[in-house]
Design a protein around this ligand. Structure first.
Ligand SMILES: *[C@@H]1O[C@H](CO)[C@@H](O)[C@H](O)[C@H]1NC(C)=O
Ligand SMILES: *[C@@H]1O[C@H](CO)[C@@H](O)[C@H](O)[C@H]1NC(C)=O
Ligand SMILES: *[C@@H]1O[C@H](CO)[C@@H](O)[C@H](O)[C@H]1NC(C)=O
Ligand SMILES: *[C@@H]1O[C@H](CO)[C@@H](O)[C@H](O)[C@H]1NC(C)=O
Ligand SMILES: *[C@@H]1O[C@H](CO)[C@@H](O)[C@H](O)[C@H]1NC(C)=O
Ligand SMILES: *[C@@H]1O[C@H](CO)[C@@H](O)[C@H](O)[C@H]1NC(C)=O
Length: 665
């Protein structure tokens, strides 16, 4: 499923041209970025009219980014003396702000071209420069050609160029320029297409009676059907989840959803009534229009509704209830029902992102939580800036111009796009932001995708890395391949097994996304685990299928059950499958860990990967050694002893994880 595009041609203002460009010589231009992959289903329609105006944004090169892995390790590695000493937002801004030289060179280039200085604007953190220019001006400035593309089925339009250039002498000062080659690949939810509707399914009843396998201990009635239906009881048994009573008031947990995907209040009510969880307290970040427009949603369910789009007006419409079906509600209902129920009464922050007209991408929620990432206008809307300084405990006290909420201490996102659809510059810049959030003490979880080694919809790549229907090269997901996020794969209770027997990799309806990145290099923290996998269990593939150099980022990092979840959806109970299930559940577990640490006066865990790969934590994971992640007409990789590119280091044992993290400084 694809979301509507963010750069809709109709939305463009057709204004008069700004300053007439002086003629420039392009002899010293070098190509800066090329379209990563031609998007499927979008056909070239026509040239974009030269008089239309574009909000051109230039992302400047940031300082110190080459040291970011080291900086993140210092606060995240269990053996580091700096463990848990997270940074302030101001430290992040100061450390990575572009140099004055970068600012001056790029502004000089624009002025030389003919833009007057008062037309050139800069974001507060100096990360972005913006100028409004006509299409003709941009085409000349960047040596590019803009075209309009039309979606074959929906007729939606978006525009872009295939390649653009900048003068050689300023190239090193620019990360990327938008809107250019970055075709809008909307984040896809990781459960929807794999939905298996089990109409009228009730919650498992205890009358079914216990099922006993020969060598297992007696199975209580509530756990009798976990191989067919996963419930909260099944998860608690599988992962030895202790009873949870929040002890800290400083804790937070955020779940990202992309509109038009939205929860239905009635579905949450249905689910919570069955699992006997009361409605949660009302807490939301700002009043006014929101509570007036959605009084029922907010007062009935007490979500902390956070809005991460640049325009508050349309935000109000994002928890849409017009379209109701699994495709519109499945992901949100699932994430919130399980995420909330496991940590109840800990509140959850819903990072509902984007509006109905344009949708949103990963950058939009980053804008909302990350002051150092804001695109030019991010956070500049008065009604959103009004909430600073954040009155909530642990609130974000950074610069007012960007970021509308404090980053929650754990954020789970069950959406992704094919890595092949992102340009390297775009992927790297976004990945850097996840490292910054880690420096601030936030844990970022992404689901790995549901197509095994294949990409969205089972599509694989040809030898030049383009998605094609008969591709044979594996097609990893993004942003989950970013080495600064925690990648969560999926397991299952094998058919006929109980929760007291080892799980396998998920092989029902979906296959756990996993493999190796084609963009990101292997981070230090996983070198020993991944190298050992490649050496001791060499996969039966060559470089024609995946980057087998032993130098690229392997994923997932860990896994949790992703099969047969019972959820309330569109008024009834049904089963869902996907790494979409695994990520919010893992987020709840890390939220429990954070509660214990915060209550003990310690910092949150932040970026967990260096810890979970360490020897010290080996025991806290159930190694998964059955199943694989087929795709691209292959059996995929195979789960095996130790780390593997199907289930990572395994599934968590929460009873062990909590004291281990608590023992760190
Ligand atoms: C660009 O144009 C829009 C709409 O006309 C305006 O709101 C915005 O402030 C302008 N931005 C700059 C940097 O001039
Ligand atoms: C969503 O609802 C609107 C309004 O009823 C309708 O026009 C639109 O076709 C629906 N979209 C889908 C995909 O069903
Ligand atoms: C890969 O697919 C793209 C897009 O269909 C095509 O342009 C390119 O030539 C293909 N490369 C090879 C080696 O087949
Ligand atoms: C895939 O399809 C294209 C176009 O039909 C064809 O040129 C190419 O040889 C096929 N590749 C494989 C590996 O079958
Ligand atoms: C494999 O990954 C490494 C590390 O990112 C990279 O240097 C290398 O170029 C990649 N190889 C291929 C064939 O893409
Ligand atoms: C998890 O750890 C606890 C505490 O050490 C232990 O009792 C339990 O058996 C473990 N669970 C699994 C599934 O190994």
């Amino acid at each position: 499923m694809r979301f509507p595009s963010a750069f809709v041609v109709l939305g463009l203002s057709v204004g008069s041209a700004i300053a007439a460009p002086s003629s420039t010589i392009h002899s010293h231009h070098v190509v800066h970025e090329k379209r990563a992959a031609e998007p499927l289903n979008w056909a070239l329609s026509h040239r974009l009219e030269g008089h239309k105006r574009l909000p051109l944004r230039i992302g400047l090169t940031q300082r110190n980014v080459h040291n970011i892995e080291e900086m993140l390790m210092a606060v995240s590695h269990p053996e580091s003396p700096e463990y848990g000493k997270h940074w302030t937002p101001q430290q992040v801004v100061d450390t990575f702000a572009p140099s004055d030289e970068s600012v001056n060179k790029v502004v000089g280039w624009l002025e030389n071209f003919g833009f007057s200085r008062d037309k050139i604007k800069m974001s507060a953190n100096k990360g972005w420069i913006q100028v409004n220019a006509t299409v003709s001006e941009v085409e000349e400035l960047l040596d590019a050609e803009y075209h309009v593309y039309k979606h074959a089925e929906t007729g939606e339009e978006q525009f872009g160029c295939k390649t653009y250039s900048v003068p050689k002498e300023i190239q090193e000062h620019i990360d990327l320029i938008r809107p250019t080659v970055h075709f809008n690949h909307r984040p896809s939810p990781k459960s929807t297409t794999k939905f298996k509707r089990a109409g009228g399914l009730g919650m498992p009843s205890s009358s079914t009676g216990p099922k006993q396998s020969p060598n297992a201990k007696p199975v209580p009635p509530s756990l009798a059907n976990c191989d067919k239906m996963i419930t909260l009881d099944c998860l608690k048994a599988l992962y030895s989840v202790p009873d949870f009573k929040p002890a800290s008031k400083k804790n937070s947990y955020g779940i990202v959803e992309f509109t038009p995907q939205a929860f239905l209040a009635g579905d949450l009510d249905l689910f919570f009534s069955q699992v006997k969880i009361p409605c949660l307290d009302l807490s939301f970040l700002h009043g006014g229009s929101l509570s007036e427009t959605f009084p029922q949603v907010l007062s009935e369910f007490g979500l902390r509704l956070c809005l991460s789009t640049e325009r508050s007006v349309v935000v109000v419409a994002v928890v849409q209830t017009t379209n109701q079906s699994f495709d519109f509600n499945g992901e949100s209902d699932l994430d919130l029902e399980y995420g909330m129920a496991l940590v109840n009464p800990q509140k959850i922050t819903l990072l509902q992102t984007g509006d109905l007209v344009e949708g949103a991408g990963f950058d939009n929620w980053l804008d909302a939580v990350d002051a150092s990432f804001c695109t030019f206008e991010g956070g500049d809307v008065a009604s959103q800036d009004g909430i600073y300084p954040d009155p909530l405990p642990g609130g974000f006290k950074g610069p007012e111009s960007c970021g509308i909420i404090a980053p929650p201490l754990v954020v789970s996102t069950s959406y992704g796009q094919d890595e092949a659809s992102a340009t390297v510059s775009y992927a790297v810049r976004q990945c850097t932001e996840y490292a910054k959030l880690g420096l601030l003490g936030t844990t970022i979880l992404y689901s790995t995708g549901d197509d095994g080694v294949a990409g969205d919809g089972g599509v694989c790549l040809n030898s030049t890395g383009q998605p094609v229907s008969n591709g044979t090269m594996f097609n990893p997901d993004f942003p989950v391949t970013c080495p600064f996020v925690t990648a969560v794969g999926a397991t299952q209770v094998n058919p006929g097994s109980t929760v007291f027997e080892p799980e396998g990799a998920c092989e029902q309806v979906i296959f756990s996304g996993g493999g190796f990145s084609n963009i990101f290099a292997m981070p230090e923290y996983q070198k020993s685990a991944v190298t050992s996998f490649l050496k001791n269990h060499p996969p039966p593939f060559t470089s024609a299928q995946f980057n087998n150099s032993g130098l690229s980022r392997g994923f997932p990092d860990l896994a949790a059950n992703g099969a047969n979840y019972v959820i309330g959806i569109d008024g009834e109970f049904s089963l869902v499958f996907g790494t979409s299930c695994s990520s919010p559940v893992t987020g709840s577990f890390i939220t429990m860990v954070n509660d214990a640490r915060l209550a003990a006066g310690k910092s949150p865990v932040g970026f967990i990967n260096p810890a979970i790969y360490s020897d010290q934590f080996r025991d806290a994971f159930n190694d998964i050694t059955m199943g694989g992640n087929q795709g691209c007409n292959t059996p995929g990789f195979t789960a095996t002893e130790g780390w593997d590119p199907v289930t990572g280091v395994g599934t968590p044992n929460v009873s062990k994880l909590i004291p281990l993290f608590l023992s760190l400084p």
